[in-house]
Design a protein around this ligand. Structure first.
Ligand code: AHR
Length: 496
């Protein structure tokens, strides 16, 4: 059996893992909000009209921040349409997804939901068809402390004493020609700076995310980011970046190496952040908000992305398989490995739309990617450790020779070591040893996500086809585990 080893040292810290890298994203799109989160007609609805089954499944994933209300949707969304008495709210055309927006779920419904779930709200403002003043007014509405008409109006509109919104995105994917109000980076920079200036005048405590390149394939990749960051200057706290990985070629071996692209994108975006801070002679650098990430390709076509007036429409309801789950695990491992620069990350999305959870009528399905996300839930607090890998490689056409086992590790303050490993090889079983510089490891918990067929899916007919299960560690230090091909293992050890 081939052997692989993770070498770790308790003092080799990368940085504290920011809990906000375990964030989600809820957009007014398809059946994410309506029929997903919010469905007063469902037998599962609570007093707020929200689906209890969906909320309890999402609760298992323990999202920290939740980005809202879009996505492309936000670039034609006017927040005032979604507040005040529900029967007075207008029904609008949504040009992002070709549907209508009834506005029965808006700012206060979302903030009340955040209060009940414990999610910290992360809002995106409309810098497509919206103006900087409208963005600043939204901050005034949710966070304003003076007795202005706008701030006082929220007290009239909601009764749940909801919390303020600490984090705001300055538009969404403004570099993309598909975005309503898309404009060149220089123009976006002016508009974003104006909005940022006014928003921080209203509430200086908020943090702002500059819209970065949405796809590394875009011709403006990195150059857009530089120009936008330079324009927003010292008002920028984070730079947004997005990535959807795919397996159009159906090549599992190649696909399981594509997590490498995430490390590469982080390194490139980080270099822009450092460059811009350096040019400003500033010690305060922007960090990375990886605020949309996932696997998405099967439903990435016009048929699945245009509702044609239908509401709510089944848009991009991707059915995930084991390979997708292994790639999702690699996204999170990359964010952990880069804990010093990635401070926020949001899986896109959380229900029905490219999501870990699907609904059909009153039924709910946990997809394969749900299982991978769940394996991080009780293993994410502490310092990311630098990991050096010793072992076999796999040859990948796009990335060259890549470690056969992708890994990440976190050491908590109470001396618990969390280790993650994906065996990327489609044929090679491996013995993995965790070497903690001589420290003795005692297994506290360990689980594996595996199926002999990488294309295995959880479906309505077979909802439990791919589920995580226990896995045994052995050896003297109890730090050896057998990894079958295509598997993800997560374990927690007590360091003694
Ligand atoms: O998450 C789906 C869409 O993907 C978002 O609306 C957009 O920002 C991205 O292109």
């Amino acid at each position: 059996m081939s052997k692989a080893k993770f070498h770790l040292h308790p003092h080799h810290h990368v940085g504290a893992v920011d809990p906000r890298i375990f964030g989600g994203f809820l957009e007014h799109m398809g059946r994410a909000v309506y029929e997903g989160i919010y469905d007063p007609t469902s037998a599962q609805a609570d007093d707020y009209g929200c689906r209890t089954d969906v909320l309890s499944a999402l609760d298992e994933l323990d999202f920290t921040v939740m980005r809202y209300p879009g996505g492309n949707f936000v670039s034609n969304y006017h927040w005032r349409d979604g507040v005040g008495p529900i029967h007075d709210r207008p029904t609008r055309r949504d040009l992002a997804w070709g549907t209508i927006e009834p506005n029965t779920f808006g700012t206060n419904e979302f903030l009340s939901l955040c209060k009940r779930t414990g999610w910290s709200p992360m809002f995106a403002v409309n810098l497509g068809t919206g103006l900087p003043e409208e963005a600043a007014d939204w901050v005034e509405y949710t966070n304003g402390e003076l007795e202005t008409d706008i701030a006082e109006q929220q007290k009239v509109d909601q009764s749940d004493n909801v919390s303020k919104v600490p984090l705001w995105c300055l538009g969404n994917e403004m570099d993309g020609p598909w975005q309503m109000g898309h404009m060149p980076a220089a123009d976006y920079g002016i508009k974003a700076r104006q909005a940022a200036h006014m928003m921080k005048l209203v509430d200086p405590s908020i943090e702002l995310v500059v819209s970065g390149t949405s796809l590394p394939d875009n011709s403006t990749y990195l150059e857009w980011d530089r120009q936008a960051l330079e324009a927003v200057g010292g008002l920028a706290d984070y730079l947004s970046t997005h990535r959807y990985l795919d397996n159009y070629s159906g090549d599992t071996s190649q696909f399981l190496c594509s997590g490498v692209a995430v490390d590469q994108q982080i390194a490139e975006i980080d270099s822009v952040c450092r460059y811009v801070a350096g040019r400003r002679r500033s010690r305060r650098r922007p960090f990375i908000a990886f605020d949309e990430w996932n696997v998405w390709y099967r439903t990435r076509n016009r048929e699945n992305m245009w509702a044609g007036g239908k509401f709510p429409a089944h848009l991009v309801e991707e059915i995930y398989d084991l390979q997708d789950a292994l790639v999702c695990a690699q996204f999170l491992m990359s964010f952990i490995r880069n804990a010093d620069v990635v401070k926020i990350a949001n899986i896109a999305q959380v229900v029905n739309v490219i999501a870990p959870v699907l609904t059909s009528g009153d039924k709910l399905l946990r997809q394969t990617i749900f299982e991978a996300l769940a394996m991080f839930v009780n293993r994410r607090e502490g310092n990311s450790l630098r990991l050096s890998y010793e072992g076999p490689t796999v040859d990948s056409a796009d990335f060259g020779y890549v470690a056969a086992v992708d890994g990440a590790a976190i050491l908590s303050d109470n001396n618990e070591l969390h280790v993650y490993a994906v065996n990327r090889s489609v044929e090679l079983p491996l013995d993995l040893e965790v070497d903690f510089s001589g420290g003795h490891l005692q297994v506290v918990s360990s689980e594996m996500l595996h199926h002999p067929t990488p294309t295995a899916q959880n479906t309505w007919d077979n909802p439990d086809a791919v589920r995580r299960s226990g896995v045994e560690f052995s050896g003297d230090g109890k730090s050896l585990v057998q990894l079958p091909p295509n598997c993800f293992v997560a374990a927690t050890f007590k360091v003694t």
